[in-house]
Design a protein around this ligand. Structure first.
Ligand SMILES: [Zn+2]
Ligand SMILES: [Zn+2]
Length: 347
């Protein structure tokens, strides 16, 4: 893996030129990790602008984005905003940019907001998962916060099975990469050999999976592994991720991320083998986390438990091939994980 361009944008939030028609613009995330979202700006054949991902919607970020776009023609030049997925750090500012520019917002159909209040559903999950009662409210609130961003935003164009985005003079292929969320997409620019990976592939952070707002995707781990496999095919391209920095070495990094999750799956399997009745909370307690579960804030805790629950389901299902066929995705290569009780990565 080889970093390209600025590695740490926290020291300077300046826009960086990628080529004559493409720029990367860091947008800060305060009080959370990672420290910023990378928003990509493309100029089309007419001189209009198109954004891939935006950043969290705060007054400071509005000012920062508008100011940064000034040098590229101004925010009113933006014709489209494509979110790689529905998370607030990617979709966030899109609604505000649309207000000022009339731009179209694109998001994959499967990342549309869930209907209704996700709070009660989370309460039910917390009980099933064996979460201490004292944390139930915090988790329900976290589920609501995760859902809120998307529910207040109307999406103009739902990406479903499109092969490419319509941007004058630019060729952008849609690469379906479910896993992190069910509707996650990456975008490949063959002309400039750039792969916009959103949160499916980051250079240092291991992206989580199954982080849909409100809905539960039992196949998220399968999806993640298949998507990483899919992204490996773009090894010659420069990865332009949603956070951190651009890099070369897509296949190597995809393999590292797959191995990270498979290693954790092995730990969950061991815990389950020792006690087949173990619940999600107790499994989570056996796993290594950067912050101890007891002091983990609600949003992170929810993400940690969702992933633990998915690992446990995966282990209980025991047969990955079966789950893929169930979803009608039997064309996905199976050699990433052997459908036995010992998952392993095979390149
Ligand atoms: Zn995300
Ligand atoms: Zn993100």
């Amino acid at each position: 893996m080889r970093p390209i361009g600025t590695v740490d944008f926290t020291t300077s939030l300046r826009t960086e030129r990628i080529d004559d028609e493409t720029w990367v613009l860091p947008v800060p995330i305060t009080h959370a990790q990672p420290k910023y979202t990378l928003s990509y700006v493309m100029r089309d054949a007419r001189g209009d602008l198109h954004l891939i991902d935006t950043g969290v919607d705060t007054p400071e970020n509005r000012q920062h984005l508008a100011g940064s776009l000034l040098a590229l023609g101004g925010i009113e030049k933006v014709r489209s905003i494509t979110a790689t997925h529905g998370h607030a750090d990617h979709l966030g500012l899109a609604g505000w940019v649309r207000e000022l520019s009339g731009a179209t917002i694109r998001l994959h159909l499967e990342d549309l907001p869930s209907k209704g209040d996700p709070g009660p559903r989370q309460q039910e999950l917390s009980r099933t998962w064996g979460v201490p009662v004292a944390r139930h409210q915090e988790l329900a609130d976290a589920a609501r916060i995760a859902d809120k961003q998307a529910t207040t935003l109307t999406v103009d164009h739902h990406i479903a099975n499109e092969a490419s985005l319509e941007i004058p003079g630019r060729s952008l292929t849609v690469v379906r990469t479910p896993g992190h969320t069910s509707g996650h997409i990456a975008l490949f620019d063959a002309t400039h050999e750039l792969l916009f990976t959103g949160d499916a592939l980051l250079p240092h952070i291991n992206p989580g999976f199954g982080l849909d707002a409100g809905v539960h995707n039992p196949f998220a781990l399968d999806d993640l592994l298949s998507s990483l496999r899919e992204l490996s095919a773009y090894d010659d391209a420069v990865a332009c991720p949603g956070h951190e920095y651009r890099f070369l070495g897509i296949a190597e990094r995809a393999q590292q991320i797959a191995l990270h999750h498979l290693k954790r799956n092995g730990l969950v399997r061991s815990a389950w083998q020792q006690d087949p009745a173990i619940d999600v909370w107790r499994v989570a307690e056996t796993l290594p986390w950067r912050v101890d579960l007891s002091s983990m804030p609600g949003g992170y805790l929810r993400s940690a438990l969702v992933q633990t629950a998915l690992h446990l389901e995966y282990v209980r299902m025991g047969n990955r091939a079966g789950s893929l066929q169930h979803r009608g995705r039997s064309t996905v290569p199976h050699d990433w994980v052997v459908a036995s009780n010992e998952p392993r990565y095979a390149k």
